[in-house]
Design a protein around this ligand. Structure first.
Ligand SMILES: *Cc1c(COP(=O)(O)O)cnc(C)c1O
Length: 398
């Protein structure tokens, strides 16, 4: 569903954000926000699918011009066969896993996966008889040694939530290709990079998932998830999404489509500001390490440089050893960074993070407390001043 006035020349993702996701033949640049459950048919014959003019739409849950335009835009950006929308990023991860797994199956899950995805593995998937093994984010080609006869899926996230390790996705998918017909489906949570900075399907991944809540929506208001799939997984994703009765509110779809129009320019600012702040934090005596893949000091920097077109605005810092009270003094007094979950919106956020309590495959060992920062669209120098005052408070507490 693209702008088809003239056959569009091959264009960059930035141009597709402006021209993709339109209703064909409509004079309006934006699609209608269709609030619909019931869709009327012309005749019994059309209801039965036996009319010369087949029904374009059948029922609200089965698709509307609003859902189709957003799906088409994401499909185009991800280079996928198709996309489905879910009511949140968390539901997108679970629906995708349920689509490719069944009772008795085994799934390999990256240690460092987003917490609620882990909770779903240890909860609903386990209850339905699916076993999960967590693996070292740096497993690389060694992933094949973990594959069992019943392993049907490998789930990645790059970079890892909170700790920002980057799995070598290309090495993993290449090694799995060697399994031939027994190759598990490879899924990835691509929320951090978005398809503007990383296209997983170009690297052998079958399913790319986004919490569009973050950078696509971009304004901290709507929750929505996307699952884009290549040929090996698309039919399963589409049918399971339907079987689970998934649909997303049209207003939230519209907010995601609207957000997508400016995603490239927002990401450019997030990227530049976050890098400037990350480099500055590396010079602060209170900071031991900055966990940002685009910094040459990051252990997986070479992977980021090889495969990614950019870096977004979320990273963590490891502080030098200090008390919990000192961390609280740092964070509680921040004026511009809010204390809150989620990210990808226009405003900056900070959270204390506790990866060692979550990890099971490889223990998280760090010299001091971890703080995760989401760099918003404020002026970079204002954010640096806010963080500088916070680190001064931290140093004063010791
Ligand atoms: C936030 C997040 C999700 C979940 O998205 P929601 O829309 O909040 O449910 C999934 N994966 C990652 C990596 C996230 O950061």
């Amino acid at each position: 569903m693209t702008d088809s006035r003239n056959a569009s020349p091959a264009t960059s993702p930035m141009t597709r954000l402006a021209h993709g996701g339109r209703v064909e033949g409509s004079p309006f640049v934006n699609p209608p926000v269709v609030h619909a459950s019931t869709v009327l048919f012309e005749s019994v014959a059309q209801m039965k699918g036996k009319s010369a003019t087949p029904a374009r739409y059948t029922y609200g849950r089965r698709g509307t011009p609003t859902s189709e335009t957003l799906e088409a835009l994401i499909t185009e950006l991800e280079g996928a066969e198709g996309t489905v929308l879910t009511p949140s990023g968390a539901s997108a991860c679970v629906v995708a896993l349920m689509a490719v797994l069944k009772t008795g199956d085994h799934v390999l899950m990256i240690d460092g996966v987003y917490g609620p995805t882990r909770a779903a593995c240890d909860g609903i998937l386990k209850r339905f008889g699916i076993e999960t093994t967590y693996f070292d984010p740096h497993v690389g080609a060694g992933v094949v040694d973990l594959v069992r006869p019943n392993t049907r899926a490998v789930f990645l996230e790059s970079p890892a939530s909170l700790t920002f390790e980057m799995p070598d996705v290309a090495a993993i998918t290449r090694a799995l290709d060697g399994l031939g017909a027994a190759r598990p489906i490879v899924l990835i949570d691509n929320t951090w990079a978005t398809p503007l900075f990383y296209r997983p399907l170009d690297h052998g991944v079958d399913v790319s998932i986004m919490a569009a809540t973050k950078y696509v929506v971009g304004h901290s208001d709507a929750l929505i998830g996307t699952i884009a799939a290549g040929p090996r997984a698309w039919a399963k994703i589409k049918s399971t999404h339907g079987d689970l009765g998934m649909f997303t509110g049209p207003d939230d779809m519209y907010l995601a489509l609207r957000g997508a129009r400016t995603m490239a320019v927002r990401l450019a600012h997030h990227q530049e500001s976050a890098l400037t702040i990350a480099r500055w934090l590396e010079t602060r005596p209170e900071v031991s390490r900055v966990l940002h893949p685009a910094l040459p000091s990051h252990p997986d920097h070479a992977i980021w440089k090889r495969d990614f077109e950019g870096a977004s605005g979320l990273f963590s810092i490891v502080l030098k050893p200090c008390s919990e009270e000192a961390v609280a003094a740092f964070l509680d007094g921040l004026a511009l960074f809010g204390l809150g979950y989620s990210w990808g919106g226009y405003e900056s956020l900070a959270i204390p993070a506790f990866p060692s309590a979550i990890r099971t495959a490889v223990p998280w060992v760090a010299e001091g407390p971890v703080v995760r920062l989401q760099i918003g669209l404020e002026a970079t120098e204002d954010l640096i001043a806010d963080l500088a005052a916070g680190l001064d408070r931290l140093a004063a507490r010791g």
